[in-house]
Design a protein. Structure first.
Length: 544
């Protein structure tokens, strides 16, 4: 029998009180809470929960992710393995489950609801309602993952309706993904049984969805940063703080502790902020966590104060697993193939051709939005030379392309602005949601080089015409089984090259990955072509 005591200022997330206390832990459980007249000037909190995260987006496998996140106070995550499921289906999900057992962190899953995310692109797998039911019956799966295919829900298509009904039958919550959805369409979406949304980008959007019964996830990740515009909402209402997509470079600096710091600095009450990553998500997903009570698991975080949230110690199941930023456990990650066809594509296939008599054309252009997964649809007038439509560096209009990783096809082509490249190209096999190879560049030769390198190792590539750097992601072309520090060093090197090429985006490859996310407005690109996600149809890159 192992007994240990933890003393400090206990933050009771149920009552909201802060009291001097001694917590008595026996083995993995809390067996006593003794109020004291005095206690050390540190704060005892329940373990932090990130209730909506895609571990794949960190570029780390689950065991390596936990190795990096636990020292920041994260004792539990609810992750949607949607990315790897779109590449490898059940095989990918089984990998995530198996690797998650290598760590003391509590890793719960939601079942991907949209594999494929849409029927407009080529993906590597299909999950039917039967597989969804099979997974939801496992204790590790606590909800149906974000229902991204809003149009199918509103049209009451059989496949998505069956998945939702199965979740209801098994008493599992259903996560949403409904950017900009409002009015009657939102009513119908919620009526279908969907209970959360993490896509709100304004106070008004969050308030409408909250008033209609949804739990609002306030997202603050590597690219989508919504805490500032939603702080006004979070000051007055229940919410969950989540990361959704967090790169290794950002995870190294902070996780839920960083979100708490930001929330409090924006005027959100510290107790509410703590509840948003403990009690409230635990109650919603039915987890036996989220508060410090007798009989509960001893998942505890000790911080210096309720402003900076510097994490001093982390306990999971009564064991000290991290202290002062150091992980006190070792992991041995699983391995998995990256599942990709090696590409050999002529540079001429990355050129957009029109009538040789033309001198100028009007083209549709994807305009990226820094720090967001949305994009806009612009129009640019571009020069034509010998029938080839030219990029325009003064307008910051570059070539964009997606190459199918699952079968040999012609690359899809378009134009994009916002990357500000002056030379070379970048490419990635992390491209939501089908994870085909996406590339942006100033010339066809550079794009061909970058795409070829990515197809050989999976992951990222940047080439400036003289130097080429890759970041290999051998697990499904999405993740590495190397530790966070090693991955960060490699990503920093490739990002530095991208900066010398003219790009000033904070997370260029994550921004690139969202340009094929068809379920988010406004103009995107997939392996079948340029996609108008408002009209939900493929469109020609050349208007006239």
């Amino acid at each position: 029998m192992n007994i240990r005591n933890v003393e400090g200022q206990l933050v009771d997330v149920i009552s909201g009180a802060i009291v001097p206390a001694r917590i008595v832990i026996q083995d993995d459980k809390i067996v006593g809470i003794e109020r004291r007249s005095h206690a050390p000037d540190v704060y005892i909190l329940p373990g932090f929960i990130d209730s909506h995260v895609h571990i794949e987006s960190s570029l780390l496998c689950p065991s390596r992710f936990s190795e990096a996140a636990v020292p920041h106070g994260t004792t539990c995550v609810i992750t949607d393995p949607h990315e790897i499921a779109n590449v490898l289906g059940m095989k990918g999900i089984e990998f995530m489950l198996k690797d998650s057992k290598k760590t003391p962190m509590r890793i719960y899953f939601t079942v991907p609801s949209c594999v494929p995310a849409t029927e407009m692109e080529t993906s590597g797998a299909i999950l039917t309602w039967k597989e969804v039911k099979e997974l939801l019956m496992l204790p590790e799966f606590v909800a149906l993952g974000e229902v991204m295919d809003v149009q199918s829900v509103l049209a009451e298509r059989e496949d998505i309706v069956r998945k939702i009904e199965v979740a209801k039958l098994l008493g599992k919550p259903i996560d949403g993904h409904a950017p900009s959805l409002s009015g009657d369409a939102l009513d119908r979406y919620i009526f279908a049984g969907i209970s959360t949304d993490h896509e709100c980008v304004s106070f008004e959007e969050a308030l409408e969805k909250h008033r209609k019964g949804m739990k609002i996830m306030v997202r603050e990740g590597s690219t989508s940063k919504d805490l500032k515009p939603l702080a006004q909402f979070a000051r007055k209402h229940e919410f969950f703080l989540v990361t959704d997509d967090l790169h290794a470079l950002d995870l190294r600096k902070g996780h839920i502790d960083d979100l708490l710091r930001k929330a409090v600095s924006m005027g959100i009450d510290p107790i509410s902020a703590v509840r948003s990553v403990t009690l409230w998500p635990a109650k919603h997903y039915g987890l036996p966590l989220g508060s410090i009570e007798i009989g509960e698991s001893a998942d505890i975080v000790i911080v210096d104060d309720l402003k900076d949230f510097n994490v001093l110690q982390v306990y999971i199941s009564g064991k000290l697993v991290a202290e002062k930023g150091r992980t006190l456990f070792k992991v041995e990650p699983e391995n998995l193939d990256y599942n990709m066809i090696e590409q050999r594509i002529s540079p001429t296939e990355f050129e957009i051709h029109v009538d040789k008599e033309k001198r100028k054309v009007r083209a549709r252009v994807i305009r990226v939005v820094p720090d967001q997964d949305i994009s806009y649809s612009d129009v640019a007038e571009l020069n034509v030379i010998d029938g080839v439509v030219q990029v325009d560096l003064q307008q910051d209009v570059l070539y964009a392309s997606v190459v199918c990783r699952y079968e040999r096809k012609k690359p899809a082509l378009g134009f994009i602005k916002g990357f500000k490249l002056k030379k070379g190209a970048i490419a990635s096999s992390v491209a939501h949601d089908a994870h085909n190879i996406i590339a942006v560049g100033v010339d066809a030769n550079s794009i061909a080089t970058a795409v070829e390198h990515v197809s050989q190792v999976g992951g990222y590539c940047a080439t400036d015409g003289m130097k080429t750097i890759t970041l290999a992601l051998p697990i499904a072309g999405l993740m590495s089984n190397e530790d966070c520090e090693t991955v960060c060093e490699k990503e920093s090197k490739i990002n530095e090259l991208v900066r010398t090429m003219g790009c000033d985006l904070e997370a260029p490859f994550m921004t690139l990955s969202f340009q094929s996310l068809l379920v988010v407005p406004e103009l995107k690109i997939c392996d079948r072509g340029l996609f108008d996600s408002i009209q939900f149809k493929l469109v020609d890159p050349i208007i006239d």
